[in-house]
Write a protein that binds this ligand. Structure first.
Ligand SMILES: Cc1cc2nc3c(=O)[nH]c(=O)nc-3n(C[C@H](O)[C@H](O)[C@H](O)COP(=O)(O)O)c2cc1C
Length: 175
């Protein structure tokens, strides 16, 4: 049994330095199951999770980013794709440009929290060209890569605490 959810939310930070230690397949599967339980518009579940363990492919994906070399040493990269066609069929333009992306983002957040719950480090990475990712991973035309999530046992955490906008600045109460 993993961590309680509020604790996982509070403890999660982006990890950009990993141990070489392998992650057990059943752990990865549990994490993907948590992602796959996210809410989605019309319950369409318009997502795909590509688990990249191959070192060569991991290096190729890292090279697509703007010099983020740390990504190459992630033991696993999960590439999350939105299947925008599925959402478009039911909801038109709003489905493909808005719902499919929101659905996928909800799945990604579940994934990060599940990883934290299993004491794994992760980082959401958005810095790549979608077309290049599709080519490297031979994704089907309708599979739109939205994010990489790097995953591994934490080697070190960033020293500085994350600056946080105050709760009063981001919250309004409308009575
Ligand atoms: C859409 C999105 C894209 C991101 N892309 C990157 C990225 O390319 N590289 C990176 O190191 N972190 C990336 N991050 C992680 C953020 O930098 C990080 O979540 C933020 O600074 C807050 O820090 P924390 O995750 O430790 O709380 C991304 C996060 C999101 C949500």
């Amino acid at each position: 049994m993993g961590k309680e959810v509020i604790q996982a939310i509070k403890d999660r930070v982006s990890i950009r330095d990993y141990q070489a230690r392998e992650i057990a397949d059943d752990k990865i599967k549990d994490i993907i199951e948590a992602a796959h339980l996210a809410p989605s518009a019309g319950n369409l579940q318009p997502w795909e999770f590509h688990i990249v363990k191959n070192k060569e492919k991991i290096s190729q994906l890292a090279e697509l980013t703007s010099g983020q070399e740390w990504i190459a040493s992630s033991p696993v990269i999960i590439v999350i794709s939105a299947l925008t066609d599925i959402s478009k069929q039911k909801y038109g333009e709003r489905g493909s440009s808005l719902y499919a992306i929101q659905d996928t983002a909800a799945a990604i957040e579940n994934l990060l929290l599940a990883a934290e719950s299993y004491d794994l480090g992760s980082c959401w990475v958005g810095d790549f060209n979608e077309g290049d990712v599709k080519r490297i991973l031979s994704l089907k035309e309708s599979s739109w890569p939205v994010a990489f999530v790097t995953l591994g046992y934490t080697a070190s955490k960033a020293e500085e605490t994350r600056p946080q906008r105050s709760i009063d600045e981001v919250m309004t109460i409308i009575n």
